[in-house]
Design a protein around this ligand. Structure first.
Ligand code: DOR
Ligand code: ZN
Length: 425
């Protein structure tokens, strides 16, 4: 493995420094470093961040390799500045056994572009009826710590309680897709003025808020840990704020698209804007941004959800919900927050790594730290071209938009996965 000398990077926005990376570790930092035989990486004007960590990625393998594979999704992640992604369980077959999570984990290690950490299903087949083998997945080679039926809500309160009790034994987490199914039957978009105008069945904010309220109370009762996926409403933020103030062990994520886009987009009837939970109002976006800054929302997670053209280039009502996210997340967050590098590092790397208990990730580059890092050009602007994305799918809602920031290089344990803005493999 070559030694790399990264010259003149601003570590999380601090004054420029050199970083010497050897045997997978940052071994030395300081100005004017020299190392015979090292490969030099010019990082003049670039910001170095701890490698980004995504708590919510859909890789479609096994089952829908036409839409994404572990390898193509890993490449998209590396290009987005990520060094670790948590792969959701709604594959086919569902990741509800030790066998399937080990398969995904192994495919991730073989691709070697990011650390792929499988999330296990909470219930068998995501059917919401019987608990899956949580313990077997936890003690498998994949070492699963986070469980989720994402795509579906664990709606049965008794099952949710049992799941929280079960994972408490090994300090695991239940990541809830908060959607009361009886309140969202047939829903096509956010319930509000625009859904009324378009005549589309609405997905009311209270369907999310009611489940979060229930689950924080269950979590308090059990003394376990809850993570709330893709928080999308101002009311959810208030429930979370109160729960945190009471010391309940709940964490929450917001997606880049819920930080930027609103339900106005549905007016186009372009299914690229169909997502679950749906795009909400401008007031919700404002509340989500404030909650992210304040820390009521802990992390930005992509909910990268690749879909093939047959599932997206059709009538709105028939389209599958979901948007690509990995290759644009950092740019969207930079656009929303501005160059607040410490906050960006916290919400996109340190905090998700801490929540997941993921060793070696989410630590700022410094001597002795595993070299999982990304180099970002904060002044570059780029226009999103769907055809240029590494994902196998094309369903980005940002096509044609010019966004700030460009990932120039990503290192996974001291090996570049991206150099000069291009995937190394
Ligand atoms: O928009 C979404 N897409 N929301 C989900 O909960 C699931 C996801 C998917 O798997 O496509
Ligand atoms: Zn999801």
């Amino acid at each position: 493995m070559p030694t790399y000398l990264i010259k003149g990077a601003s570590v999380v926005g601090a004054a420029p420094t050199d970083l010497l990376v050897r045997d997978g570790v940052v071994v030395e930092t300081g100005r004017g470093l020299d190392a015979a035989g090292a490969v030099t990486v010019d990082a003049d004007g670039l910001v170095a961040l701890p490698g980004l960590v995504d708590l919510h990625t859909h890789l479609r393998e096994p089952g829908r390799e036409d839409a994404e594979t572990v390898e193509s999704g890993s490449r998209a992640a590396a290009l987005g500045g990520y060094t670790a992604v948590f792969a959701m369980a709604n594959t086919s077959p569902v990741a509800d056994t030790a066998g399937v999570v080990e398969q995904v984990w192994r495919l991730g290690r073989e691709a070697g572009l990011v650390d792929v950490q499988p999330i296990g299903a909470v219930t068998v087949g995501l059917a919401g009826e019987h608990l899956a083998e949580l313990g077997a997945m936890a003690s498998s080679a994949a070492g699963v710590r986070i469980f989720s039926d994402d795509g579906f809500c664990v709606a049965d309160p008794r099952l949710m309680r049992r799941a929280l009790e079960y994972v408490k034994a090994f300090d695991g987490i239940i990541a809830q897709h908060a959607e009361e199914p009886r309140l969202t039957e047939g829903a096509q978009m956010h319930e509000g003025e625009i859904s009324t105008r378009l005549g589309l069945t609405g997905w009311p904010a209270v369907a999310e808020e009611a489940i979060i309220a229930r689950d924080v109370l269950l979590t308090e009762h059990v003394g376990s840990r809850l993570h709330v996926c893709h928080v999308s409403t101002a009311g959810s933020v208030e429930v979370l704020r109160q729960a945190k103030a009471r010391g309940i062990r709940v964490t929450a994520e917001v997606t880049p698209h819920h930080l930027l886009l609103t339900d106005e987009r549905a007016v186009s009837y372009d299914p690229v804007f169909k997502v679950n939970p749906p795009l909400r109002t401008a007031a919700d976006v404002t509340a989500l941004r404030a909650a992210l800054v304040e820390g009521v929302i802990d992390v930005v997670a992509t909910d990268h959800a690749p879909h093939g053209v047959e599932d997206k280039e059709c009538e709105w009502a028939y389209a599958r919900p979901g948007m690509l996210g990995l290759e644009t997340a950092l740019s969207i967050v930079l656009d929303v927050l501005g160059p607040q590098w410490d906050l960006i590092a916290e919400r996109m790397s340190r905090s998700p790594a801490r929540i997941a208990g993921l060793a070696g990730h989410g630590v700022d580059p410094a001597p002795g730290v595993p070299a999982n890092l990304t180099l970002v050009d904060p002044t570059a602007r780029r226009t999103v071209e769907p055809a240029e994305l590494a994902s196998r799918s094309r369903n980005t809602p940002y096509a044609g938009m010019t966004l700030p920031g460009r990932v120039v290089a990503t290192f996974l344990r001291g090996e570049p996965t991206v150099l000069d803005g291009k995937a190394v493999r």
